[in-house]
Design a protein around this ligand. Structure first.
Ligand code: IMP
Length: 428
């Protein structure tokens, strides 16, 4: 197996960090292909906690770590993260970190726009991370973005900034927000440019070399399929394509580079931010899942909304993501529940539907239809062999496989790396 792609199969925070780290320890190269510093991965290695946001997880193990052109890069956030790792005795050098020349940059005005827009939306807000991700992607598509390589050509930067700031300032002024002068943005970039440019690399050429050398490449997705700008719960999504098809576009490697595609899902469901969530629980079980699962955001600290496993949505993720297998995380959080439920369809206007509708009012009216299964009293914490799982837990996993159409290749039973049940098809 020369490459593996890992993506979230729900709304993010599925626990990708543990699986990514386990695979990163075997990989030669780790690649980010979308998103930005809105992502949050926590790795625990030998008791030390590492929090990653923009950097690929490979940096912790000093693996070649690539930020592909599909990622929007906030240079200040990048430098801060590098400095944070230095405090933890991990030196991130240009030999390890390669940032694509054509990455669009997130500038302070993108952050201001993101936050001003959310404020203006009021109750209709998306619940973004407020880090400028959406506005940066908008500018990329509108052909207005400043890319990392533009910092090396002052004459290009000059007219590109005029175009960008004319647009940003008009929007900011219309919302009564502070505008940005060209002089202050030029000064900001003059200070930060020399610090980030050493990491700039021609990524497609490097990737071709790694592939020719048969290196094991791990494509590390951020956010999740249900937050994909095309296939997620639009408009309550992030602004990038999070599906595995993005690996090639976002790193310049073509459509076949991704290898085995693993979707990560929790044994239940969580969501941060706004947007539809048919199986959300507002009762004691929801509270129990949140507390036992420590469901608070890595980056923003926000409490995550919790609910039952939604097989309809994960099945869609399997289909649109072309997933080869699923990893089911945090199974142990369900230990001790009398019964567990899986959503198998929805009731809409008195009729049963088996797919998630695209229309927003219909989404609000969905009532989940559940299949109820017996829970289990025994602890699954730390189990490493599927045959040792309580019968009811095993049946729960098998039912997830049947309903989503994907094989469960990995079951995680604790935050520890070794507490993992593996099936034979993902042995690397
Ligand atoms: P944005 O990516 O900051 O524009 O936020 C858009 C939506 O995606 C919001 O609902 C965020 O909470 C959600 N989101 C963005 N990044 C993550 C993540 O890494 N995990 C979970 N949700 C995320």
């Amino acid at each position: 197996m020369s490459s593996v792609t890992i993506v979230g199969a729900q709304w993010g925070d599925e626990g990708k960090g543990k699986i990514v780290d386990w695979l990163a320890s075997r990989a030669d190269v780790v690649v980010r292909f979308q998103g930005g510093h809105n992502a949050g991965h926590t790795l625990v290695i030998d008791g030390e906690i590492y929090k990653l946001s923009l950097l690929p997880s490979g940096v912790v193990r000093k693996k070649i770590s690539v930020i592909g052109n599909g990622v929007v890069v906030d240079p200040q956030a990048l430098l801060k993260e590098i400095a944070r790792f230095k405090e933890q005795n991990i030196e991130i050098t240009p030999q390890i970190l390669k940032v694509a020349e054509n990455c669009p940059l997130i500038l302070p005005s993108h952050v201001a726009l993101d936050q001003a827009r959310e404020k203006a939306r009021g109750e209709k807000k998306i619940g973004t991370t407020g880090r400028g991700i959406g506005p940066a992607y908008e500018d990329k598509v509108a052909r207005r973005a400043i890319r990392l390589c533009d910092l090396t050509e002052p004459e290009t930067l000059d007219w590109r900034l005029d175009e960008l700031l004319t647009h940003h300032n008009a929007l900011l002024a219309s919302m009564g927000e502070k505008t940005f002068t060209k002089a202050e943005v030029v000064a900001y970039l003059a200070d930060i440019g020399p610090k980030v440019l050493p990491f700039m690399a021609h990524v497609p050429e490097l990737m071709a070399e790694y592939q020719a050398q048969d290196k094991f490449i791990l494509f590390e997705g951020a956010q999740a399929i249900m937050l994909d700008v095309d296939h997620g719960t639009y408009p309550f999504v992030t602004s990038s394509n999070t599906v595995p098809s993005q690996t090639g576009v976002g790193s310049g490697t073509g459509p076949r580079a991704g290898g085995y595609i693993l979707g990560i899902a929790k044994a239940y469901t969580t969501r941060v931010g706004e947007g539809p969530f048919p199986t959300e629980l507002f009762d004691d079980v929801g509270k129990y899942l949140g507390e036992k699962g420590h469901e608070f955001g890595t980056i923003t600290g926000r409490a995550r909304r919790c609910g039952w496993f939604d097989a309809v949505l994960v099945k869609r993720a399997v289909q649109v993501g072309g997933l080869d297998g699923l990893a089911i995380m945090k199974l142990d959080v369900l230990d001790g529940l009398k019964e567990v439920k899986i959503c198998i369809g929805y009731e809409l206007n008195g009729q049963q539907i088996n797919r998630f509708p695209y229309t927003l009012e219909a989404q609000k009216r969905l009532k989940p239809i559940y299949e109820t299964m017996p829970g289990w009293d025994q602890s699954t914490y730390g189990i490493r062999d599927r045959s040792e799982l309580p019968d009811a837990a095993n049946k729960y996993i098998t039912r997830i496989e049947e309903l989503t159409g994907a094989k469960v290749s990995i079951i995680s039973t604790s935050p520890e790396r070794e507490d993992t049940i593996m099936s034979g098809d993902l042995l690397v």
